[in-house]
Design a protein around this ligand. Sequence first.
Ligand code: DP6
Length: 326
Amino acid sequence: MKATAVAPANIAFIKYWGRTDAALRLPANASISMNLSASITTTTVEFSDALSQDTIELLEPGGFSEKEIRRVVRQLDVVRNKARTRVFARVATKNTFPKSTGAASSASGFAALTVAAASALGLSLSEKELTILARVGSGSACRSIPDGFVKWEGGDSASSFAHSLYPASYWDIRDVLAIVGSTGKDVSSTAGHDSVRTSPYFLRRLDAVAGRITRIEQALKDKNFQMLGTVIEEDCLDMHHVMQTQVPPLLYWSDATRMLMDAVRNWRTNGIPVYFTIDAGPNVHLICEGKDEDRVLDAIKAVSGVENVILNKPAGGARISTKHLF
Ligand code: DP6
């Protein structure tokens, strides 16, 4: 009745922003991502008749908030319903990246929780079924289960699942994550998804995304890095345009974020092939090829406001581990 799973965070090249069903977390558009090797969550789940309630523990300073604990319990219920049981669980989880860096991701967390809980309850589910279950916990979590470069399909409850396009070893891409601040977000991404239709640019974005998916798939197929990076930046800016025009507006960038965006454009002019992408926070993901990693790491040193750098390579998906946390 005890199992442990390890899952990576992922960075979206084409973003998931907006849903057609909030409870089922059905996305308004398909998205494409890469799993991140240095941003990993490990979670152990044990179900036991001896427990009279769920106990959820984050093994790092600060722990989980009440709200986060309720969300974990809801996801345990999703897995329990699938297994037709009501037995309570003990859950312990830890990240390779401290939550306080702002690099923390619900994607790795809900992927590891879902895979560990399903295994602990003896459910034998396909990868596709696991991605559908994880999606209900956090949309982006479904992309952390398959290997390497992953596509999450739009659709309905049964057809919106994630699958690997290419394994992690396919292309030596880097995500150099520049941590520029750890100030808490005013509006969570979950709340942001819910108000997306207040932006007059949301429907226009949906129109544009289909073409970008095709272009990213072509860039991956051809290993055309310039095309990949160009579309990644285009989609990031488009998503933030929608975020910034929602009511209330979601303004995630800090001065350091803008400085890094400018720096990346300058570095490109000076011959370093690097592109940026940004999620629901101020940190900047610098996307380059392995051969340019040293030049990018060196260039970052000259930018003020960067507190920490996390170097990610493409990673495999979620997996079961024998190293339990308790
Ligand atoms: C900006 O997956 O965090 O990172 O489904 O409510 O958990 P929930 O939202 P979440 O949204 C991620 C949004 C994003 C873009 C992306 O990762 O695709």
